[in-house]
Design a protein around this ligand. Sequence first.
Ligand code: UDP
Length: 449
Amino acid sequence: MPGLATHAELFCKNLVCIFLFILVALAPLTSSTEVRSESGSSEFCSAGNGEGDCSINSGRVLSLELLDERDLAETTPGDTGTGASSTTSDKWSVYRKLVSEALEAYRPCSTDKESNVRVCYRRALKKDLEPFADGISRDAFLSVLDHGTVYQIINNRLYRQRDCLFPSRCSGIEHFLLKLLKDLPDTEMVVNVRDYPQAYANHAAAAPVFSFSKSSVFDDILYPAWTFWEGGPAIMLYPQGLGRWDLMRDRLLQSADAHPWEKKTPVGFFRGSRTSADRDPLVLLSRQQPGLVDAAYTKNQAWRSEDDTLGLPPADEVSLEDHCQYKYLFNFRGVAASFRLKHLFLCDAVVLNVESDWVEFFYDELKPWVHYIPVRKDLSDVQIILDLLRANDDLARQIASRGKEFVFRHLSLTNVEDYWKDLLTEYSKLLRYAVVKRPDVYEIKNTAS
Ligand code: UDP
């Protein structure tokens, strides 16, 4: 079943439940397959104004380096979680040090409030295009035709192959392309609108496929997902999809205001479907310790039985706006990166990001301990992280506030448009041939106005 584990996998996960807190680590979890439904470091840094900086650890490296220190903290005696004793205070000082070191190493992508638009994501853009540094030949382009839908831009007009696997996703992409047409050079690209990336990095020749998300084993070129404008994922609460990001931003900010930090509930919160079994340990922990974590599985369109919600009936959905009632919000990968991440930050809550190398174009600029807290993939440190946050409310509040500020300032719809523009401008420079209109494309026109 797409996106969900088999019965055998569920059985294994229940065993994992029994031994979760005895075993040091879980065996690697199976990866999900695609949900085929509409629901669903290097340079470029010193950009003109000198605001870029290449010296920042990637989130993944930093969080892995921390494991030993966290192990130390876990074995510290006197773990009451209250922060009352000096022993406990010593224990939290390890984490406070991690935060201050991360802050020291952090160089904001922009310090200029007015002209921050372009600078932030250039590192990501450069990294994505690196495999194509020698240029993209016509043959390389033709070799990936089966992996997505061809778009062409010729003389500032937009063309597309007739078939699009998910029309509303294509429409969400076309919103941006149409808006930018007058500034874009002639070009052509293969756009994958599936959840899953297509271009394995170990292939002899890099394959120029545009995808919204990838992990480290893929060379896909990341584009801002359709969902910034339309195209899902649709759930019962958002039957037309999560909807326009600019409107959602406003609603989330309002909800954050309605649920100020001191009134938020201090538990870890998660609602979502079982698009990846990585989420199982948190749901199981919630069943054991509901005062610590409130995590439950909802239905998605692939739901068939309670096996798909880990043996219990599906939980009611909770709107993203209502997530803002909670202080600590979990993000997990799903089939690929989950669209939820950017929303969580705007709640002004601490984002607990479960380790995963699935990313969207903006992920690399969000830093562990600066904007969010990294959580081990096997979730073995959830208890101690939640204890830390409860015992160090100011630290938690500051991380929440920095995360919100980043997404508020650097992930607006204008930023997304600018990323599209920079991406297509730089990508087009790599094409080693003149783009000629294909016989199988038709013109996409702006029907909105
Ligand atoms: N979602 C939500 N409330 C719920 C369940 C899901 O707002 O009760 C949102 C979730 O944040 C995400 C989308 O619906 O943006 C799809 O969530 P799901 O867990 O099904 O898949 P994911 O994309 O996270 O793998």
